[in-house]
Design a protein around this ligand. Structure first.
Ligand SMILES: Cc1cc2nc3c(=O)[nH]c(=O)nc-3n(C[C@H](O)[C@H](O)[C@H](O)COP(=O)(O)OP(=O)(O)OC[C@H]3O[C@@H](n4cnc5c(N)ncnc54)[C@H](O)[C@@H]3O)c2cc1C
Length: 387
């Protein structure tokens, strides 16, 4: 049994991926029936702002740029907020929700995002550890900040460093704990990590590298973290920022091919006919890229495909701006399997790191401080990942 042609395009997820795909579709097709099903409030907000909301004086309420009513109007769509998809029937082309509602689809778009990875921590305070991956999480986090002076952050990657810098705006001392040897170690060469660390430390951030948290206990004064070297860190609040795992369960249960993410090709097509995937849940042509710029490229291609013009994805160079005002940083990481080497030049106020192949071609870069002004110039020299 297949759904009739007049069935709607159904998008699961109202994050940047789901709503960007819907907007791109609407630029080209104003009338195709469209349904967005979302487990959350379905208001539109910019997730990257969650890690600099304190400095910009935003609350969970003011971070919402368009409430669900405005999105319904803008998209000319049915939007089901606080509605969770429980099962996909690719044969019948239908989505079954937890509340019993069933949506037949002409095409289905999976844009269900990713879950924060939880460290297996011992101790009676382990369940108190927060993570911030959506607006509801942020509301909980912000509500808990009242009176807080010390925050322990698990993870010294992009999100951990951004939250650390942002907490300084509230006079809070953050301690970043990471088993790696340096800040943003997966994205930066060691000299650039050290440059970033020095500036964040000068601004008030503390770092503990080469150790991981093993347990979190409640104390009268807040929480005590015990690290793998036996040392302890006191904190009023513990925030975990150790990474994300694409949400693949729905797709997997429906028999779609999954790997780290929901496997999709350059058309954003999954292994099931009429089912597409994009955003943090997707692994497109072997790449899991949980960032805004790849999502925008994916949404543009998929919007055109859904509007009737099959369009393959292209990835130009996609630098990521790290929101650490204490050390302005832009990173354009080289492809994971790229052969080459980093070279770094630094002065007191600028650092430029270049990753070049054996033939001297620029494959990636990191810019810090005054050097961030060279972002466009360098991005123009780096080949795209797909395209
Ligand atoms: C704190 C933070 C800061 C960031 N900063 C940057 C940055 O500076 N630059 C950058 O490029 N990237 C940044 N990122 C990454 C970027 O924000 C994400 O890649 C992007 O927002 C992911 O969008 P998404 O729509 O794929 O996922 P999400 O925004 O997570 O949306 C997933 C949607 O799916 C819904 N959903 C899940 N399961 C179901 C279900 N079963 N049924 C129905 N709905 C479901 C959810 O409710 C949600 O609406 C940051 C991420 C975080 C967490």
């Amino acid at each position: 049994m297949t759904a009739p042609l007049e069935s709607p395009i159904v998008i699961l997820g109202s994050g940047l991926a789901g709503y960007s795909a819907a907007r791109e579709l609407r630029k080209l097709d104003k009338t195709a029936p469209l349904v967005v099903v979302s487990r959350d409030h379905a208001g539109f907000y910019s997730k990257p702002m969650l890690s600099n909301a304190l400095a910009s004086g935003k609350t969970a309420e003011t971070l919402v740029m368009k409430p669900v009513e405005k999105m319904i109007e803008e998209l000319g769509a049915v939007v089901r907020a606080r509605t969770e998809a429980a099962r996909i029937d690719t044969g019948a082309r239908s989505v079954h929700c937890v509340d019993g509602e069933v949506f037949a689809y002409r095409d289905l778009v999976l844009a269900v995002g990713a879950d924060p990875i939880r460290l297996p921590l011992a101790g009676g305070g382990a369940d108190d550890v927060l993570s911030v991956n959506d607006l509801d999480d942020y509301a909980r986090f912000a509500a808990r900040l009242e009176g807080v002076q010390r925050v322990a952050i698990l993870g010294g990657g992009l999100i951990g460093c951004e939250f650390a810098n942002d907490l300084l705006a509230r006079g809070i001392t953050p301690t970043v704990i990471d088993p790696a040897a340096a800040a943003l170690s997966r994205l930066l060469p060691p000299a650039a990590s050290a440059w970033l660390q020095a500036r964040l430390e000068a601004a008030g951030v503390r770092f503990r590298f080469g150790v991981a948290a093993e347990r979190v206990d409640r104390t009268q004064a807040g929480h005590r973290l015990t690290l793998t070297d036996g040392s302890t860190v006191g904190a009023d609040l513990v925030l975990s920022a150790i990474g994300l795992r694409p949400r693949i369960a729905l797709a997997q249960a429906a028999g779609l091919t999954v790997n780290r993410g929901v496997v999709a090709d350059r058309m954003l097509a999954t292994s099931a006919p009429h089912v597409y995937a994009l955003g943090d849940c997707a692994e497109v042509e072997g790449h899991s890229l949980p960032f805004v710029m790849p999502i925008m490229q994916q949404a543009r291609a998929l919007g055109a495909t859904l509007a009737g013009t099959p369009t393959a994805l292209k990835y130009p160079a996609m630098p990521v701006i790290v929101k650490t005002p204490a050390c302005p940083t832009v990173v354009c990481p080289p492809p994971l399997d790229a052969a080459g080497a980093w070279s770094v030049t630094a002065t007191d106020d600028a650092l430029e790191a270049r990753f070049e192949g054996a033939d001297g071609k620029l494959l990636g870069f990191a810019l810090m401080g005054a050097a961030t002004a060279r972002r466009q110039a360098l991005a123009g020299q780096v080949p795209g990942l797909i395209g």
